[in-house]
Write a protein that binds this ligand. Structure first.
Ligand code: NDP
Length: 283
């Protein structure tokens, strides 16, 4: 399953939407100088610019007090010309991420991490949904992978990937199992999976012999190893799977594309073209 090709199409669609909507602004807040976070912010800005979205780049030193970060996020949320607000995670250890995420106006929460958006997803009425799970669902749809009635197994239960993708699969009528580090017998579950999403952050955790023959396998993992960037799924699994996402070139490019799509969605909420279920100004 080629994430690069699909992501390119989504980005082209976003660019068309931007032309229709006029100026769209995505504000990002980066705290500290973590190189990986700086790289991600750079990629997001580049992709936004290519789609015609104007990035607003805020950078704060690592020792910025929590109140100041929360203040900036709240200010951007209140700003009339800003469509999306994205505090880059992880934040430094002295900062409570929940507090910062809570300061984002749910209508501008392009990451979909605010409790209101997480709650809407849980209730089966998704609003702004995290980008990586959206990218996974888009890939499954693009490759006509059946979901209704099938066994779907998600390895990982993070708020960013595992839990939201489990909810999306459930909503699409899969029978969903969520595995995690305390799961007793991982292979007993994965071997039943018609759709297998590996999002544990552990290189090679999903060996080829624990993949059900013919399964659709989504490898979310991004693990830096001596051999370069690898996923959570052993390379040999490609011989057993019916379809599989490569690393790199699978889920990764989809994540940025769906972030841009979320920014367009937020822009439509702000312009009243789409109704946000609970109204605005909830924070
Ligand atoms: P987290 O570390 O937040 O969560 C990892 C999850 O995997 C946890 O629920 C953990 O269980 C579970 N887990 C860890 N080890 C095992 C194991 N041996 N067996 C079963 N379950 C296990 O990671 P994220 O969800 O943020 O990310 C997961 C991976 O996806 C990472 O490699 C990350 O880099 C990548 N990623 C890729 C993205 C992309 O765009 N391609 C975007 C986001 C993430 P427990 O809860 O019990 O600790």
């Amino acid at each position: 399953m080629d994430g690069r090709a699909l992501a390119a199409r989504v980005r082209a669609e976003v660019a068309e939407d931007v032309r229709e909507l006029g100026e769209i602004v995505l504000a990002t807040v980066l705290v500290g100088d973590d190189p990986a976070s700086a790289r991600y912010i750079g990629l997001k800005h580049k992709a936004a610019e290519e789609a015609g979205i104007r990035p607003l780049d805020h950078r704060l030193p690592a020792n910025t007090p929590e109140e100041e970060i929360v203040g900036l996020v709240a200010e951007l949320s209140a700003q009339g010309d800003v469509d999306g607000v994205l505090p880059q995670l992880p934040l430094p250890p002295h900062v409570d991420e929940t507090t910062v995420i809570g300061a984002v106006d749910p209508v501008k929460d392009v990451d979909g991490f605010h409790p209101v958006n997480a709650g809407q997803l849980y209730l089966g009425r998704p609003t702004l949904v995290p980008a990586t799970p959206l990218g996974i669902m888009a890939l499954l749809e693009e490759y006509d992978v059946p979901i209704a009635g099938v066994e779907a197994v998600v390895v990982g239960r993070s708020d960013i990937v595992g839990k939201p993708v489990a909810h999306l699969l459930l909503q699409a009528n899969a029978t969903v199992t969520v595995c995690h580090s305390r799961t007793r017998d991982l292979s007993a579950h994965t071997l039943r999976a018609d759709v297998l999403v590996a999002a544990a952050g552990s290189a090679g955790l999903v060996r080829a012999d624990i993949v059900k023959p013919g399964a659709a396998v989504i490898d979310v993992g991004q693990n830096e190893t001596d051999a370069g960037l690898v996923g959570d799924v052993e390379a040999e699994a490609a011989q057993r799977a019916g379809a599989i996402t490569p690393v790199p070139g699978g889920v990764g490019p989809m994540t940025i594309a769906m972030l841009l799509r979320n920014t367009v969605r937020a822009a439509r909420y702000r312009r009243g073209q789409l109704a946000f279920p609970l109204g605005r100004g909830l924070t």
